[in-house]
Write a protein that binds this ligand. Structure first.
Ligand code: MSP
Length: 534
């Protein structure tokens, strides 16, 4: 057993994106969740957790079957093509995922059947009649009062929901009403943020109804165990994709193996439209199976473009492939995580995008490093001044702010407030620019004040270093380049390979503190770390 494995149990962090529908290539909404999950995974890995990040595709159901038919391909061919597009985008966006699960993976059916059996054995599946309005785009029955005029779905307002009247198998969700209420009460942070928790509480308060878990007249899916005239409802199969994803590649595909190591998943990050499935149906399914519940669900907001809801019908979707090609992965990651509070709706506007990137990364951070390095080459022979953080006066404003920044950023990451982490980090950077302007080391140098010059340069270089370190989960390429110019050989795209978790944790403790830039470390040549966007 490797060191990483033996430490793993009390130190593990597993995090999942939703499994994306493959009706079309990924849009910026899917990219948004995936970037956030990647950032959190990278942060936890940086501080020495044993991390598993999961993403993948949800490939069964009517919506996919119809899309494939319309495109003139078989469902499987269609899924293969689109799933490959997802992986391609994740590579472009520099996403470090450990598992990419496709619900058409042959191992998945074993896990689904075993889970279904447990729920069945517990008496929670029964045959009934389902009548109601079904939105194929959501793959969900809608209550009539929630629909718009003409029975259109509020999420897919250009589509009419379809009337269904058919025999379905049902899951006894109503049986879990009080157990779910107890879950939300006893584990108040099970659903985050607070606004989403309140949404769920009021939905559950209205009284839970059993939901159907099978469809008739649908081929593209798994047959219901014991009754192949029914196909399993795509959501039942899709949610369990998270579990199949936990299997190691050479594990035998059993439910026991799947949940042996990484279940329960520490955090599900999802959009607000699929909150009920994750915060109500999903824990109830585990209650029924008599197995531990997932740990936490975080529901983020929706992205709009220039203030308008993004959608194909409006023709204002944002192509994430083009965005990365034009601006690079760090820029795209930074904008969405810095600009939008994770949990609230947020907007994309190209002018604002460029302004923010230029202001924060090119000007504030990039220029600060550039000008300070130039001075260090001129006034200090191209090495870090022979000082330590402890020797910098305690009233140096950069030291004061830098010493509390690590904790502040950690707290922000832990609560998924990536915007807050960026703000706090950038405020140290801005302070660095002001400090250097105020203290004018070039004048002090001319006056022969070498000691003062070295203190200033050390404090600024160290502040840039700390900023780069704390931003590394968000802009790993930029941070790696800054570290290189500061004389380190650290690569923030490295997944701790060949390191023990103890070493990783120790390194984190050192780097997250202000004042640890090694004296006399040889500095690299100044080069722009982030090119201005025109
Ligand atoms: N297949 C289901 C999830 C099954 S999970 C077991 C699904 N897929 S989806 O592709 O339609 O949506 C995936 C995610 O993208 C959801 O979390 C959804 O909220 C998110 N987004 C879709 N459009 C979005 C925006 N415009 N903005 C932000 N996120 C959005 O639902």
């Amino acid at each position: 057993m490797s060191y990483i494995e033996s430490e793993h149990n009390n130190n593990r962090f597993s995090i999942a994106t939703p499994l994306y529908y493959v009706n079309d290539l990924p849009h910026i909404g899917s990219a948004y969740t995936t970037m956030a999950v990647d950032v959190l995974g990278r942060f936890e890995r940086l501080r020495g957790k044993s991390v598993l990040t999961i993403t993948g595709t949800d490939e069964h159901g009517q919506k996919i079957q119809r899309t494939a038919e319309a495109a003139g391909s078989t469902p499987q061919e269609h899924c293969d093509r689109v799933a490959a597009g997802f992986e391609e985008l994740w590579h472009k966006l520099n996403i470090h995922y450990d598992r990419f699960i496709r619900t058409t993976d042959p191992r998945h059916e074993h896990v689904v059947n075993a889970f279904f059996q447990r729920v069945w054995d517990n008496g929670d599946i029964y045959l009934g009649r389902q009548q109601g309005w079904y939105c194929v785009s959501c793959e969900e029955f809608k209550e009539e009062r929630d629909l718009l005029e003409g029975h259109r779905c509020p999420i897919h307002s250009n589509r009419e929901a379809e009337w269904r009247d058919e025999e379905n198998y049902f899951f006894r969700l109503s049986k879990y009403q009080s157990q779910l209420e107890a879950l939300y009460r006893d584990r108040p942070d099970f659903i985050q943020p607070e606004s989403r928790r309140n949404e769920v509480l009021s939905f559950v308060e209205r009284g839970l109804q059993d939901f159907s878990v099978s469809r008739v007249n649908l081929d593209w899916g798994f047959p219901v165990p014991g009754d192949p005239s029914h196909t399993l409802y795509v959501w039942f199969d899709a949610l369990l994709g998270y579990v199949t994803a936990l299997l190691d590649p050479d594990d035998e595909p059993t439910l026991e193996n799947a949940i042996a190591k990484w279940w329960p998943i520490t955090l599900h990050a999802i959009g607000k439209d699929i909150l009920r499935f994750h915060a109500v149906y999903w824990p109830a399914m585990w209650m029924s199976a008599g197995l531990p519940l997932p740990n936490k669900v975080f529901g983020h907001g929706f992205l709009t473009k220039d203030g308008q809801k993004m959608g194909k019908s409006l023709g204002n979707t944002l192509n994430p492939f083009e965005l990365v090609d034009r601006y690079g992965s760090d820029a795209v990651r930074y904008y969405f995580l810095k600009e939008i509070e994770f949990g609230r709706d947020g907007d994309f506007n190209e002018t604002r995008f460029k302004n923010i990137l230029n202001a924060d990364l090119a000007n504030d951070l990039g220029n600060l490093l550039n000008r300070t390095l130039k001075m260090a080459h001129k006034y200090c022979q191209g090495v870090v001044p022979d000082l330590s953080g402890a020797e910098i006066p305690d009233d140096c404003p950069l030291k004061v702010a830098g010493c509390s920044l690590g904790e502040e950023a950690i707290a922000a990451y832990e609560s998924l407030r990536f915007d807050r982490a960026c703000e706090a980090i950038l405020s140290l950077v801005r302070m660095g620019n002001k400090y250097i302007d105020d203290r004018a080391p070039w004048k002090l140098y001319k006056q022969g004040e070498q000691e003062a010059v070295e203190q200033i340069l050390y404090s600024v270089l160290e502040s840039v270093r700390l900023a780069a370190y704390l931003l590394a989960p968000i802009v790993p390429n930029t941070s790696t380049e800054i570290y290189r110019q500061l004389g380190y050989s650290m690569d923030f795209n490295d997944k701790n390979s060949g390191k023990t978790l103890r070493d990783v944790k120790e390194s984190f403790t050192v780097h997250v503190r202000w004042g640890t830039l090694p004296n006399r470390q040889t500095l690299g040549q100044p080069q722009p770390v982030f090119s201005r966007l025109e």
